[in-house]
Design a protein around this ligand. Structure first.
Ligand code: PRP
Length: 212
């Protein structure tokens, strides 16, 4: 069986619909209130592992899943040793620096940066030779500058609603993010017969996306 790690939640729902629309349905996935974390579809020879979005690349890197779908933000942060096969063209957002509206940076002091993405933030500011202090949080990052815990945040911005509603604004865009299909390196050799048709089916999606 081909094991596919899917991110639970918002992105996972979209990914499953994509798989279903391209010939990889899974009846168990459509059942309401199903709390199982491994769902199999015998007909297509696929099993789906439902994991936390930030853990997808870890499952794939260690071979617990053959392939997976993950945000580029997670890949850049984790630096996982996996193949990135395809940009799926959805889950689009930007990795940004944001600050309270009207914020003036004190260049004589280290910049206090709150983020879920310490590796991305460190790399970005190292590239600008700017000294920073990282405050690692796990969610609701926008609260940090409001409470004076940090000067700025480094976070993903999709619609911008969370920033606006918390009186913050983007000050710098670091890079664009989207969902990627990734594969375990050994699985690309030993499961090639199962991975190649999946890749081919999903490639039609990205070309459809490019046309739309
Ligand atoms: C993410 C991100 C922002 C928000 C951006 O948080 O950390 O807070 O979404 O989306 P928007 O630009 O459309 O408002 P998420 O919903 O994953 O929750 P979290 O705060 O627990 O990280």
């Amino acid at each position: 069986m081909l094991s596919i790690a899917l991110p639970k939640g918002r992105l996972g729902d979209k990914v499953y619909q994509l798989f279903r629309d391209h010939g990889y349905p899974c009846a168990a996935m459509e059942a309401e209130d199903d709390r199982r974390l491994v769902l199999r579809d015998e007909a297509s020879g696929v099993q789906y592992l439902l994991v936390k979005p930030s853990d997808v690349a870890i499952y794939v890197e260690h071979g617990a899943a053959d392939v997976g779908v993950v945000g580029k933000d997670v890949l850049l942060e984790g630096g996982n040793d996996v193949y990135e096969l395809l940009d799926l063209g959805f889950g689009r957002c930007n990795m940004c620096v944001a600050a309270p509206v009207g914020f003036r940076e004190d260049l004589s002091a280290p910049l206090r940066v709150a983020t879920k993405y310490p590796a991305i933030a460190k790399r970005y500011y190292a590239g600008k030779s700017r000294e920073i202090e990282i405050i690692k949080l796990n969610g609701s990052i926008e609260l940090a500058p409001i409470l004076g815990l940090s000067d700025v945040i480094v976070d993903i911005v999709e619609t911008g609603a969370t920033l606006r509603q918390n009186h913050l604004e983007v000050t710098e865009t670091i890079l664009p993010i989207s969902a990627r299909l990734i594969a375990n390196k050994a699985a690309m050799r030993f499961q090639a017969a199962a991975i190649q048709p999946l890749l081919a089916a999903l490639q039609t999606q990205t070309s459809e996306g490019a046309k739309a």
